[in-house]
Write a protein that binds this ligand. Structure first.
Ligand code: 2E4
Ligand code: SF4
Length: 323
Protein backbone atom coordinates (compact mmCIF):
# COMPACT_ATOMS: atom_id res chain seq x y z
CA UNK A 1 0.00 0.00 0.00
CA UNK A 2 1.41 3.41 -1.02
CA UNK A 3 1.59 6.42 1.37
CA UNK A 4 -1.75 8.25 1.47
CA UNK A 5 -1.92 10.78 -1.36
CA UNK A 6 -5.55 11.83 -1.17
CA UNK A 7 -9.19 10.77 -1.13
CA UNK A 8 -11.88 9.40 -3.38
CA UNK A 9 -15.32 10.95 -3.93
CA UNK A 10 -17.74 8.24 -5.04
CA UNK A 11 -20.87 9.26 -6.94
CA UNK A 12 -24.26 7.95 -5.83
CA UNK A 13 -26.22 6.98 -7.85
CA UNK A 14 -23.90 5.32 -10.34
CA UNK A 15 -23.96 2.10 -12.35
CA UNK A 16 -26.93 -0.11 -13.19
CA UNK A 17 -30.30 1.53 -13.72
CA UNK A 18 -33.62 -0.31 -13.61
CA UNK A 19 -33.71 -0.78 -17.40
CA UNK A 20 -30.23 -2.33 -17.57
CA UNK A 21 -30.85 -4.65 -14.64
CA UNK A 22 -34.05 -5.85 -16.33
CA UNK A 23 -32.33 -6.40 -19.68
CA UNK A 24 -29.37 -8.33 -18.26
CA UNK A 25 -31.64 -10.51 -16.10
CA UNK A 26 -33.82 -11.09 -19.17
CA UNK A 27 -30.90 -12.69 -21.04
CA UNK A 28 -29.91 -14.75 -17.97
CA UNK A 29 -33.50 -15.93 -17.52
CA UNK A 30 -33.85 -16.72 -21.22
CA UNK A 31 -30.72 -18.91 -20.97
CA UNK A 32 -32.19 -20.72 -17.95
CA UNK A 33 -35.54 -21.31 -19.64
CA UNK A 34 -34.47 -22.08 -23.22
CA UNK A 35 -30.85 -23.20 -22.78
CA UNK A 36 -27.92 -21.98 -24.91
CA UNK A 37 -27.66 -20.55 -27.43
CA UNK A 38 -29.90 -17.55 -26.87
CA UNK A 39 -29.39 -14.95 -29.58
CA UNK A 40 -29.27 -11.26 -28.70
CA UNK A 41 -29.69 -8.57 -31.36
CA UNK A 42 -26.92 -5.98 -30.78
CA UNK A 43 -25.22 -5.63 -27.39
CA UNK A 44 -27.87 -6.12 -24.72
CA UNK A 45 -26.38 -3.01 -23.05
CA UNK A 46 -23.29 -1.09 -24.17
CA UNK A 47 -20.79 -2.67 -21.82
CA UNK A 48 -17.85 -4.87 -22.81
CA UNK A 49 -17.77 -6.79 -19.54
CA UNK A 50 -21.52 -7.53 -19.50
CA UNK A 51 -21.41 -8.76 -23.10
CA UNK A 52 -18.33 -10.95 -22.50
CA UNK A 53 -19.87 -12.45 -19.34
CA UNK A 54 -23.15 -13.32 -21.08
CA UNK A 55 -21.24 -14.74 -24.06
CA UNK A 56 -19.46 -17.14 -21.71
CA UNK A 57 -22.89 -18.30 -20.46
CA UNK A 58 -24.15 -19.03 -23.98
CA UNK A 59 -25.57 -15.78 -25.35
CA UNK A 60 -24.73 -15.16 -29.01
CA UNK A 61 -24.67 -11.51 -30.02
CA UNK A 62 -25.61 -10.71 -33.61
CA UNK A 63 -26.00 -7.49 -35.54
CA UNK A 64 -29.25 -8.31 -37.31
CA UNK A 65 -32.08 -10.81 -37.03
CA UNK A 66 -31.16 -12.41 -40.39
CA UNK A 67 -28.15 -13.94 -38.60
CA UNK A 68 -30.47 -15.81 -36.21
CA UNK A 69 -31.47 -19.33 -37.29
CA UNK A 70 -35.20 -19.63 -38.04
CA UNK A 71 -37.29 -20.59 -35.03
CA UNK A 72 -34.61 -19.60 -32.43
CA UNK A 73 -34.93 -17.33 -29.41
CA UNK A 74 -33.77 -13.73 -29.85
CA UNK A 75 -33.63 -10.96 -27.26
CA UNK A 76 -33.94 -7.34 -28.38
CA UNK A 77 -31.55 -5.02 -26.54
CA UNK A 78 -32.45 -2.37 -23.94
CA UNK A 79 -32.04 0.37 -26.55
CA UNK A 80 -35.17 -0.64 -28.45
CA UNK A 81 -35.94 -1.67 -32.03
CA UNK A 82 -38.08 -0.30 -34.84
CA UNK A 83 -41.32 -1.99 -35.96
CA UNK A 84 -39.41 -3.18 -39.07
CA UNK A 85 -37.15 -5.29 -36.84
CA UNK A 86 -40.16 -6.84 -35.08
CA UNK A 87 -41.56 -7.68 -38.52
CA UNK A 88 -38.28 -9.27 -39.71
CA UNK A 89 -38.24 -11.43 -36.58
CA UNK A 90 -41.86 -12.49 -37.12
CA UNK A 91 -41.08 -13.34 -40.76
CA UNK A 92 -38.28 -15.65 -39.57
CA UNK A 93 -40.56 -17.24 -36.95
CA UNK A 94 -38.19 -16.16 -34.16
CA UNK A 95 -39.27 -16.33 -30.53
CA UNK A 96 -38.67 -12.76 -29.42
CA UNK A 97 -38.03 -11.42 -25.95
CA UNK A 98 -38.18 -7.64 -25.95
CA UNK A 99 -35.78 -6.16 -23.36
CA UNK A 100 -36.36 -2.58 -24.53
CA UNK A 101 -36.29 -0.35 -21.45
CA UNK A 102 -39.83 0.80 -20.64
CA UNK A 103 -38.56 4.39 -20.62
CA UNK A 104 -37.35 3.98 -24.20
CA UNK A 105 -40.72 2.41 -25.10
CA UNK A 106 -42.36 5.51 -23.62
CA UNK A 107 -40.52 7.68 -26.17
CA UNK A 108 -41.62 5.30 -28.95
CA UNK A 109 -45.24 5.78 -27.83
CA UNK A 110 -44.83 9.57 -27.85
CA UNK A 111 -43.36 9.40 -31.37
CA UNK A 112 -46.28 7.28 -32.59
CA UNK A 113 -48.85 9.59 -31.03
CA UNK A 114 -47.38 12.82 -32.47
CA UNK A 115 -46.93 11.18 -35.88
CA UNK A 116 -50.58 10.13 -35.84
CA UNK A 117 -51.50 13.77 -35.14
CA UNK A 118 -49.33 14.69 -38.17
CA UNK A 119 -46.65 16.64 -36.26
CA UNK A 120 -43.10 17.12 -37.50
CA UNK A 121 -41.05 15.44 -34.76
CA UNK A 122 -37.53 16.70 -34.05
CA UNK A 123 -35.70 13.87 -32.31
CA UNK A 124 -32.61 15.17 -30.49
CA UNK A 125 -30.00 12.43 -30.34
CA UNK A 126 -26.78 10.99 -31.67
CA UNK A 127 -26.78 9.92 -35.32
CA UNK A 128 -26.24 6.18 -35.67
CA UNK A 129 -27.07 5.32 -32.04
CA UNK A 130 -29.33 2.23 -31.82
CA UNK A 131 -31.89 4.00 -29.65
CA UNK A 132 -32.55 6.80 -32.16
CA UNK A 133 -32.65 4.28 -35.00
CA UNK A 134 -35.36 2.36 -33.14
CA UNK A 135 -37.37 5.46 -32.24
CA UNK A 136 -37.07 6.98 -35.74
CA UNK A 137 -38.33 3.72 -37.20
CA UNK A 138 -41.70 4.24 -35.49
CA UNK A 139 -42.56 7.06 -37.89
CA UNK A 140 -39.74 7.69 -40.38
CA UNK A 141 -41.80 10.09 -42.48
CA UNK A 142 -42.48 12.36 -39.48
CA UNK A 143 -39.20 12.21 -37.56
CA UNK A 144 -35.96 14.02 -38.27
CA UNK A 145 -32.85 13.70 -36.19
CA UNK A 146 -31.24 16.75 -34.62
CA UNK A 147 -27.72 15.81 -33.59
CA UNK A 148 -26.81 18.75 -31.32
CA UNK A 149 -27.22 22.51 -31.50
CA UNK A 150 -25.13 22.84 -34.67
CA UNK A 151 -27.58 20.60 -36.52
CA UNK A 152 -30.53 22.96 -35.87
CA UNK A 153 -29.76 25.03 -38.98
CA UNK A 154 -30.44 21.93 -41.14
CA UNK A 155 -33.98 21.36 -39.82
CA UNK A 156 -36.87 21.85 -42.27
CA UNK A 157 -40.50 21.64 -41.11
CA UNK A 158 -43.81 21.75 -42.97
CA UNK A 159 -45.75 23.86 -40.44
CA UNK A 160 -43.77 25.69 -37.68
CA UNK A 161 -46.91 25.67 -35.50
CA UNK A 162 -47.03 21.88 -35.52
CA UNK A 163 -43.60 20.79 -34.35
CA UNK A 164 -42.56 18.86 -31.24
CA UNK A 165 -39.16 17.81 -29.93
CA UNK A 166 -38.39 14.46 -28.35
CA UNK A 167 -35.02 13.04 -27.32
CA UNK A 168 -32.79 10.06 -26.76
CA UNK A 169 -32.91 8.99 -23.10
CA UNK A 170 -29.18 9.28 -22.37
CA UNK A 171 -28.21 12.79 -23.49
CA UNK A 172 -26.50 15.53 -21.52
CA UNK A 173 -29.30 17.50 -19.87
CA UNK A 174 -27.50 20.83 -20.36
CA UNK A 175 -26.54 20.22 -23.99
CA UNK A 176 -30.10 19.18 -24.79
CA UNK A 177 -31.48 22.37 -23.23
CA UNK A 178 -29.07 24.37 -25.41
CA UNK A 179 -30.28 22.50 -28.51
CA UNK A 180 -33.91 23.10 -27.52
CA UNK A 181 -33.21 26.84 -27.01
CA UNK A 182 -31.72 27.02 -30.49
CA UNK A 183 -34.72 25.15 -31.94
CA UNK A 184 -37.15 27.48 -30.13
CA UNK A 185 -35.46 30.54 -31.55
CA UNK A 186 -36.11 29.10 -35.04
CA UNK A 187 -39.56 27.68 -34.23
CA UNK A 188 -41.24 29.63 -31.37
CA UNK A 189 -44.30 27.34 -31.59
CA UNK A 190 -42.17 24.26 -30.80
CA UNK A 191 -43.88 21.92 -28.33
CA UNK A 192 -42.07 19.96 -25.62
CA UNK A 193 -42.49 16.26 -24.80
CA UNK A 194 -45.29 15.49 -22.32
CA UNK A 195 -42.63 14.35 -19.79
CA UNK A 196 -38.82 14.23 -19.68
CA UNK A 197 -37.36 11.89 -22.29
CA UNK A 198 -33.89 12.03 -20.70
CA UNK A 199 -34.52 9.40 -18.07
CA UNK A 200 -34.24 9.61 -14.29
CA UNK A 201 -31.06 7.48 -14.24
CA UNK A 202 -29.24 9.63 -16.79
CA UNK A 203 -30.22 12.79 -14.93
CA UNK A 204 -29.27 11.48 -11.49
CA UNK A 205 -25.84 10.20 -12.61
CA UNK A 206 -25.08 13.55 -14.23
CA UNK A 207 -26.27 15.42 -11.12
CA UNK A 208 -24.00 13.38 -8.81
CA UNK A 209 -20.99 14.06 -11.06
CA UNK A 210 -21.81 17.77 -11.15
CA UNK A 211 -21.91 17.88 -7.35
CA UNK A 212 -18.40 16.46 -6.99
CA UNK A 213 -16.59 17.62 -10.13
CA UNK A 214 -15.50 21.01 -8.79
CA UNK A 215 -13.50 19.31 -6.03
CA UNK A 216 -11.91 16.69 -8.30
CA UNK A 217 -8.43 16.81 -9.84
CA UNK A 218 -9.41 13.70 -11.76
CA UNK A 219 -12.71 11.91 -12.44
CA UNK A 220 -12.63 8.25 -13.47
CA UNK A 221 -15.81 7.17 -15.24
CA UNK A 222 -16.21 3.41 -15.60
CA UNK A 223 -17.98 2.57 -18.86
CA UNK A 224 -17.49 1.51 -22.47
CA UNK A 225 -16.71 3.89 -25.31
CA UNK A 226 -19.99 3.11 -27.15
CA UNK A 227 -22.06 3.83 -24.03
CA UNK A 228 -23.70 7.19 -24.64
CA UNK A 229 -24.61 7.85 -21.02
CA UNK A 230 -21.10 6.92 -19.80
CA UNK A 231 -19.39 9.20 -22.33
CA UNK A 232 -21.76 12.01 -21.26
CA UNK A 233 -20.52 11.61 -17.67
CA UNK A 234 -16.95 12.40 -18.77
CA UNK A 235 -18.17 15.51 -20.59
CA UNK A 236 -20.37 16.62 -17.67
CA UNK A 237 -17.44 16.18 -15.23
CA UNK A 238 -15.18 18.39 -17.35
CA UNK A 239 -17.94 20.94 -17.91
CA UNK A 240 -18.61 21.09 -14.14
CA UNK A 241 -14.97 21.82 -13.28
CA UNK A 242 -13.06 18.55 -12.97
CA UNK A 243 -9.43 19.15 -13.99
CA UNK A 244 -9.34 15.87 -15.91
CA UNK A 245 -11.78 13.03 -16.64
CA UNK A 246 -11.25 9.66 -18.31
CA UNK A 247 -13.44 6.74 -19.35
CA UNK A 248 -12.17 3.22 -18.56
CA UNK A 249 -13.68 -0.22 -19.04
CA UNK A 250 -11.40 -1.75 -16.41
CA UNK A 251 -9.26 -0.55 -13.49
CA UNK A 252 -6.13 -1.75 -15.29
CA UNK A 253 -6.66 1.00 -17.89
CA UNK A 254 -5.98 3.72 -15.31
CA UNK A 255 -2.67 5.28 -16.36
CA UNK A 256 -0.49 5.91 -13.26
CA UNK A 257 0.48 9.29 -14.78
CA UNK A 258 -3.17 10.44 -14.43
CA UNK A 259 -2.64 10.40 -10.66
CA UNK A 260 0.43 12.69 -10.65
CA UNK A 261 -0.27 15.60 -8.30
CA UNK A 262 -3.86 14.43 -7.76
CA UNK A 263 -5.41 14.86 -4.30
CA UNK A 264 -9.09 14.17 -5.00
CA UNK A 265 -10.27 11.47 -7.42
CA UNK A 266 -13.94 11.28 -8.36
CA UNK A 267 -15.31 7.88 -9.34
CA UNK A 268 -18.57 7.08 -11.08
CA UNK A 269 -19.96 4.64 -13.65
CA UNK A 270 -22.47 4.57 -16.47
CA UNK A 271 -25.91 2.98 -16.29
CA UNK A 272 -24.68 -0.19 -18.05
CA UNK A 273 -21.76 -0.85 -15.69
CA UNK A 274 -21.74 -3.64 -13.08
CA UNK A 275 -20.62 -2.57 -9.61
CA UNK A 276 -17.77 -5.13 -9.55
CA UNK A 277 -15.88 -2.97 -12.05
CA UNK A 278 -16.19 0.06 -9.77
CA UNK A 279 -14.98 -2.00 -6.78
CA UNK A 280 -11.89 -2.95 -8.78
CA UNK A 281 -11.21 0.75 -9.47
CA UNK A 282 -11.58 1.57 -5.77
CA UNK A 283 -9.20 -1.29 -4.85
CA UNK A 284 -6.61 -0.02 -7.31
CA UNK A 285 -6.93 3.55 -6.03
CA UNK A 286 -6.54 2.32 -2.43
CA UNK A 287 -3.30 0.55 -3.43
CA UNK A 288 -2.06 3.74 -5.07
CA UNK A 289 -2.62 5.88 -1.95
CA UNK A 290 -6.33 6.79 -2.05
CA UNK A 291 -7.88 4.51 0.60
CA UNK A 292 -10.54 6.90 1.94
CA UNK A 293 -13.86 6.96 0.10
CA UNK A 294 -16.55 9.57 0.67
CA UNK A 295 -19.93 9.19 -1.03
CA UNK A 296 -21.53 12.14 -2.85
CA UNK A 297 -25.23 11.49 -2.94
CA UNK A 298 -27.50 13.18 -5.45
CA UNK A 299 -30.64 11.04 -5.37
CA UNK A 300 -32.27 7.94 -4.00
CA UNK A 301 -33.28 5.39 -6.64
CA UNK A 302 -35.83 2.69 -5.94
CA UNK A 303 -37.31 2.01 -9.37
CA UNK A 304 -37.52 -1.64 -10.42
CA UNK A 305 -39.10 -2.85 -13.67
CA UNK A 306 -40.92 -6.15 -14.12
CA UNK A 307 -39.25 -8.57 -16.53
CA UNK A 308 -40.41 -8.62 -20.17
CA UNK A 309 -43.81 -10.37 -20.25
CA UNK A 310 -42.38 -13.26 -22.30
CA UNK A 311 -40.34 -14.25 -19.22
CA UNK A 312 -42.76 -13.69 -16.38
CA UNK A 313 -43.48 -16.86 -14.46
CA UNK A 314 -47.05 -17.93 -15.13
CA UNK A 315 -49.22 -18.77 -12.12
CA UNK A 316 -50.09 -22.45 -12.04
CA UNK A 317 -53.52 -23.13 -13.53
CA UNK A 318 -56.02 -24.04 -10.79
CA UNK A 319 -56.53 -27.81 -10.69
CA UNK A 320 -59.67 -28.96 -12.51
CA UNK A 321 -62.60 -29.72 -10.21
CA UNK A 322 -62.93 -33.53 -10.23
CA UNK A 323 -66.66 -33.31 -9.38
C1 2E4 B 1 -30.98 1.70 -23.12
C2 2E4 B 1 -31.29 3.01 -23.06
O1 2E4 B 1 -27.76 4.49 -24.64
P1 2E4 B 1 -26.43 4.14 -24.04
O2 2E4 B 1 -25.38 4.05 -25.12
O3 2E4 B 1 -26.04 5.04 -22.93
O4 2E4 B 1 -26.66 2.69 -23.48
P2 2E4 B 1 -25.96 1.81 -22.36
O5 2E4 B 1 -26.23 0.41 -22.77
O6 2E4 B 1 -24.59 2.19 -22.06
O7 2E4 B 1 -26.82 2.14 -21.07
C3 2E4 B 1 -28.04 1.54 -20.83
C4 2E4 B 1 -29.15 2.06 -21.65
C5 2E4 B 1 -29.90 1.20 -22.40
C6 2E4 B 1 -29.48 3.35 -21.65
N1 2E4 B 1 -30.55 3.82 -22.29
FE1 SF4 C 1 -33.87 2.88 -19.23
FE2 SF4 C 1 -32.76 5.15 -18.48
FE3 SF4 C 1 -31.58 2.89 -17.94
FE4 SF4 C 1 -31.73 3.76 -20.42
S1 SF4 C 1 -30.59 4.70 -18.75
S2 SF4 C 1 -32.05 1.68 -19.72
S3 SF4 C 1 -33.73 4.73 -20.44
S4 SF4 C 1 -33.56 3.56 -17.11
Amino acid sequence: MADPRGRVLLADPRGYCAGVDRAVVAVERALEIHGAPVYVRKQIVHNKHVVATLERRGAVFVDETDEVPEGSVVVFSAHGVSPAVHQEAADRRLKTIDATCPLVSKVHQEAKRFAKEDYDILLIGHRGHEEVEGTSGEAPAHIQLVDGADDVANVQVRDPEKVVWLSQTTLSVDETLATVDRLKSRFPGLQSPPSDDICYATQNRQQAVKQMAGECDLVVVVGSTNSSNSVRLVEVALEAGARAAHLVDYAAEIDPAWLDGVTTVGVTSGASVPEVLVSEVLDLLAERGYPDVETVKAAEEKLVFALPHELRVRRAEPAADPA
